[in-house]
Design a protein around this ligand. Structure first.
Ligand SMILES: [Zn+2]
Length: 160
């Protein structure tokens, strides 16, 4: 915890904190240093390099969306504003058998893999070094099976 003279990198002030511990909501400021919460409470008057006025807003930990099909979204819109705007900071994809990984460009996608919008893979953007949403992307069983079958089909076709 920094001393009271050391500035926070970010001070979120004026918000109502719901901290995820089942404690009642309360008015509290949050001081952040090096990407971590350094202090919580009445931090009025404490120096900060940057401040964010959260008056009238809820301040809470990010939500984990544990079952998504966001593989394609991660590639085409890495900032994922549709998740961040809902408070989602972590997504997990591929856990129900559908994933882009380990498919390759040009791999035909039978149902249900076509739900992933293969055409959008062609316009993939670089994933930011520090994306706003943490991604846990699994290589799903259906995608692996599809890739193996597609490779085997190509090998068999090459023999004839
Ligand atoms: Zn699913």
């Amino acid at each position: 915890m920094p001393d009271s003279a050391s500035p926070f990198d970010l001070l979120i002030h004026g918000g109502t904190l719901i901290d995820g511990t089942r404690a009642p909501r309360r008015d509290a400021d949050i001081g952040i240093v090096d990407g971590r919460i350094a202090d919580i409470g009445d931090l009025a008057g404490r120096p900060a390099r940057r401040t964010l006025d959260a008056t009238g807003r809820i301040v809470a930990p990010g939500f984990i969306d544990s079952h998504t099909h966001d593989d394609q979204a991660l590639l085409s819109d890495p900032a994922m504003p549709f998740k961040v705007s809902q408070g989602v900071t972590t997504v997990v994809s591929g856990n129900c058998g559908i994933s882009i990984a380990p498919l390759r460009a040009g791999t035909p996608l039978p149902a249900p893999l076509d739900l992933l919008d293969a055409s959008a893979r062609a316009v993939a953007k670089p994933i930011p070094r520090e994306p706003p949403v943490t991604n846990a992307t699994l290589s799903a069983n259906e995608a692996i099976r599809n890739l193996v079958e597609w490779q085997r089909h190509r090998e068999l076709s090459a023999r004839t």
